[in-house]
Structures are given as C-alpha cells and as structure tokens.
Design a protein around this ligand. Sequence first.
Ligand code: NAP
Length: 279
Amino acid sequence: MNVPELTLNDGYQMPAIGLGTYQIRGGQGVNQILAAIRDGYRSLDTATNYDNEGAVGEAIRRSGLPRSAFFVTSKLPGKYHRYADATMAIQESLYRMGLDYFDLFLIHWPLPKRDHYVEAWQAMIDARIRGLIRSIGVSNFEPEHLDRLITETGVTPAVNQIEVHPYWVQEALRTANFQRGIVTEAWSPLGRGSAALQEPVIRDLAGKYQKNIGQVILRWHTQRGIVPIPKARNLKHQRSNLDLFDFSLTADEIAAINALSKPDGRIDGQDPNEYEEFD
Ligand SMILES: NC(=O)c1ccc[n+]([C@@H]2O[C@H](COP(=O)([O-])OP(=O)(O)OC[C@H]3O[C@@H](n4cnc5c(N)ncnc54)[C@H](OP(=O)(O)O)[C@@H]3O)[C@@H](O)[C@H]2O)c1
C-alpha cells in the first residue's frame, strides 16, 4: 500500500496516516502491530502513558524491516515536564522501545495550570540537538500554548496532535496550526468507533464512492491536510483504513461532514486547559 508523505516544517517527511496503538499491549499487541506493519503501516503512534512502548518496539524489531523504514512517535507524560525529568524520560522511552532515536516526540498535554510545558519543550529542543529526536511537537495545545513556546524558545512545533473527528471538527485550531506551519494530527479520528460512524451523510458518501465509512472519514481528514492515526486491532479495519488514496471527496462533501460538528462533541470532554493527566 502506497502511503503519501507530508513535509514537516523541519524538512523531515511524515506518512499521511499512522496507526494509533492506545490499549494495544503485550504479546497479542505485538502481533496486532506486526500485522499492521505487514499491511503497510510505517507510522506508529505510542506514548509512555499507554504502557506499550515495549510492544511497539518489539513489533518493529520482529518485522525485520530496517529502523529507517519507520516513523515512530511517542509522548512525554505530564509528570515529567520539568527539564531534568523530561530529559531522562526521553531516554527511558528510547530504552523501553529499544530504539536510539524518535522520528517524532510530543508533549502529551500542556497542563497549563502546572505551567512547566516550556521547560519540557526546552528539554526536547536539546534532545533533538543530541540526536535523540528528529522532529519535536506537541499534543492538545491551544494557540496560546503554541505561541508561548514559539515566543520563549524561537522553535515552532512540527506537529500538534489534537482530538478531531466528525463531531469535533476543530476548524479554528486546524487553521491556527496551519498558519504557524504546524501539521495537525488527529487523535480518535474515527470518534473512537462512536455514533459518527452511523451518520447518514457519511453512509451515503460511502455508498457513492464504494468505500466503507471508516475510509470516508479518514479521507475527509487527509483532504483537510490532517494526519489521522486510527487505532485498529481488527485486521480488516487495519487494512481498509490504509486504502483511501484512490478517491476524493468534493469541497461540498467535506463541508457536509464538517457540519456534523457539535459544540460539546469531545468524546470525553477533555479540555486541554483543564485536563490533568493521571500520574
Ligand atoms: N494525544 C492524545 O491525547 C491522544 C488521546 C487519545 C488517543 N490518541 C491516539 O490516537 C489513536 C486513535 O484514537 P482512538 O484509539 O481513541 O480512537 P479511533 O482510532 O477513533 O477509534 C478506534 C476504534 O475504532 C474502531 N475502528 C477502527 N477502524 C475502523 C473502521 N474502518 N470501521 C469501524 N470501526 C473502526 C476500532 O476497532 P478495532 O480495534 O476492533 O479495529 C476501535 O474500536 C490512539 O490509539 C492513540 O494512539 C492520542
């Protein structure tokens, strides 16, 4: 399966779709990730908070493919935002994965009430200089958080990974990211298997293009310039979620999906200004 790539603001390339791995763990998880790699996934999204960096690293090794074939992302937990903690946490993540660099490393949540994310960002800038990370980015950052990083360090994140799905379209934040040269990645891009998958608008488009509902939603993301990272354990889902670059929605069809957005459409009500990570 041929997956197109995007160029990040630091010059590195990133696949236009990746595999989410939240709750894919242990031996069964290794096999599920390995199946996805065999189907063509090269971008794998993990996080220290998912307790599965080991399984993702193991699947990469068992695939027999060279390290350079992969685009591996992990994320810094909130309890490690202090400079020294962040520096160690990046190294520990690499040890757990059995890798010597990350393609992308993200601050998982800004936790603005604790207000240490600029320190964490500085640690990531320095880890990049030491070759431990290629691209550095953030997750769940609002424009004011992005601007603080940029103003205080002069370094713009390459990626902002945020919640986006048909009930939480995030047009304003997508635009804010774009204006700053930041690629938007979508977490829970399928709404975590929610009612969005039953929406008649999307079902009708699936019929029109002879695609399934997941493919229509994921294509909607990629045509908005967003990189989705759907999680799928089911092999059929894994396979079909990659097979979406042979059709295009019209501008009106994209607008019709955008119109499904709800003011309270977040899956778990996780507001980045309020959300406190579990420690
Ligand atoms: N940065 C953050 O704060 C943050 C937060 C949440 C998630 N994430 C990342 O984003 C990834 C994806 O989000 P998510 O796991 O919450 O939700 P998601 O990818 O929107 O949805 C996953 C669910 O959709 C099902 N599914 C997958 N493909 C399908 C298809 N083609 N048709 C119908 N159902 C399909 C999966 O079932 P099967 O497993 O049975 O295939 C699974 O139950 C996570 O794994 C994680 O890597 C990041």
